[in-house]
Design a protein around this ligand. Sequence first.
Ligand SMILES: [Fe+2]
Ligand SMILES: [Fe+2]
Length: 182
Amino acid sequence: MRTTVAEIAPSIYRLSTFVPNVGPTGFTFNQFLIDADEPLLFHYGQRSLFPLIVEAVKRVIPLDKLRWTTCSHVEGDESGALNQWLAAAPNAVPAHGQLGCNIWLADMADRPPRALKDNEVLDLGGKRVRWLDTPHVPHNWDAGLIYEETTGTLFSSDLFTQTGPADPTTESDIVAPAIAVA
Ligand SMILES: [Fe+2]
Ligand SMILES: [Fe+2]
């Protein structure tokens, strides 16, 4: 297994790991790095994949530059490696919506989290990330998504999930394959 790095929008990188022994077709797990004055990582990934993903991040930025970490909701592939990231990235602040901070992050994180209000914008210096409370979408009460405003990039977490290996970008329909998986 290896984690590939692809720039999917200006200074926005998809970190992607295809895990062949998940289900009949294998499964692709992605994290996203928004590089800026204050870089942000979206999705922590599983604890088991952390050694691969952290090396991929280091191919883009030094770890002590990572300033923010967040995810959509609490779950193994979303938040499993939370404290491995906080240990590896000394300047990173874990952030989430207020509800997520209340029901899991404040208790589970090794450093105090930053609670984000619905529609609050984090200015990362060159990039602007808006937190959107989306309870139960894709799933979980604490769920939220982020939108990067300068590139118009919505980070949709498990929405449009597909099985098997997946390319960084597509020009084709993403709805039908996602419905096929549901
Ligand atoms: Fe999920
Ligand atoms: Fe997920």
